[in-house]
Structure formats: C-alpha cells, structure tokens
Design a binder for this molecule. Structure first.
Ligand code: E4P
Length: 217
C-alpha cells in the first residue's frame, strides 16, 4: 500500500519524506489556503517546491468547475512537473475532463467520491486514482470503510487499472482497515501516520532495555 501525505505544509511533507515511507502528496484548495498560498504564481511555485521534496505522485487540484476551464488549468498544472496528478472533482464536466486527460496520458485523481457509482464512472473515464472520502462519510454516520470495500470489489471484478486512494483519513485505524481491505493508497495527515508508531509495550519494553543496557556498562 502506498502512503501519501494529505497536506500542503512543507515542514510536514519534509518530516514524512525524512521518515522514508512517503510515496506521494495530495493537496486540495482548503489545504493550500491554510498555508496562505495566494494567486496563480504562488500556487504553481508551491507545487513545484513539493515536487522537489518528494519523488512521487503529487495531486494538484483544479479550482474551476467547467470542462473548458478545468482542461486549461489542468494542462498548466501538468506542465509544472511529470509527477503532477491533476485532481478533478466528481461532477459531469469533471468526468469529461478525466477522459480528456486520460487520452492525453496525463495522470488524474478524481476527488470528492462518496459512492461506488461515482468511483465506477471515474474508472470508466480512465482516472488514475479515485479518492473516496472516508472521514467525511463517518462524520455523517455513514460507514466510510464500507465504500472502500465496495469499490475494491467493483474494480477487481473488471480489473480496472484505476487505484483506490483512500482519503479524508482521521485515525491510524482508518489506515489499518484500508490496508486490510486492499486500498492501493492512503492519503493521511502526518499525525495519523505517526500514531501508527505508538504502542505502550514498545515504550515500556524499550525503557527496560535501556535501563538494563546501562547495567552492562
Ligand atoms: C483528499 O484528497 C482530500 O484532500 C482530503 O483527504 C480531505 O480530507 P478532510 O475530510 O479531512 O478535509
């Protein structure tokens, strides 16, 4: 399973990269705005910097919602670096844009996926990734993990190349359950990745080993 980090924060991206487990980065307009990135030039430069830090797929989301504008914007984003993946919302014009980029050999990530039908449509249009949002479904008392299972079954039935990129991760259990189901990728905040490290028996066991090591001189 690939690990992506879901942030536009350069420090957090560097920290995950230094850990040696990072395969890529996802961003969205809210995450970019949170970092105070403003204006077209700043946006393109920020993606360029991320591509210099991480050698893996970097999702850059279009800000427009019409087919023509998404094509124009997506082509500008894709021109930044070969690792840029154009992130397109799951709307009618978005499906057309996925097909356009797929025909051109430009990677895409279809975002805001909340149903198996949406994932199927994105895969038919040739999306490289689909991003089902687990946490946001859990937030409204719908089992997000169930959606990952449904998409896994559908994609396996027809051997779609489209990868399941589990998004809107809220906890290390989301990551573990995605791995059990067979999601191809999880994109997670740094905190949930680091929480995978934690176990009280590891901490107490290590404290004992360190204390005993001192006795050995
Ligand atoms: C997906 O690519 C999105 O950036 C992200 O995972 C959304 O997560 P949120 O629901 O925590 O905002």
């Amino acid at each position: 399973m690939k690990f992506f980090i879901d942030t536009a924060n350069l420090e957090q991206i560097k920290e995950a990269q230094d850990l040696g487990i990072l395969d890529g980065v996802t961003t969205n307009p809210s995450l970019m705005a949170k970092e105070g990135i403003n204006g077209k030039e700043a946006i393109l430069n920020h993606y360029k910097t991320i591509c210099e830090i991480v050698d893996g797929d970097i999702s850059a989301e279009v800000l427009s919602t019409t087919y023509e504008e998404m094509i124009k914007e997506g082509e500008e984003l894709a021109a930044i670096h070969p690792n840029i993946v154009v992130k397109i919302p799951m709307i009618k014009d978005g499906v057309k844009a996925l097909k356009y980029f797929s025909n051109k050999g430009i990677k895409t990530n279809c975002t805001l996926i909340f149903s198996a039908g949406q994932a199927l449509l994105a895969a038919k249009a040739g999306a490289t990734y689909v991003s089902p949002f687990l946490g946001r479904l859990d937030d409204i008392s719908v089992d997000g993990m169930n959606l990952i299972e449904e998409i896994r079954i559908i994609f396996d039935n027809y051997m779609f190349d489209t990868e399941i990129l589990a998004a809107s991760i809220r906890s290390p259990m989301h990551i573990i359950n995605c791995a059990k189901i067979g999601a191809d990728v999880v994109t997670s905040p740094l905190a949930s990745i680091l929480n995978l490290l934690k176990h009280p028996l590891t901490d107490s066991g290590l404290a004992q080993f360190v204390a005993d090591a001192k006795k050995m001189g």
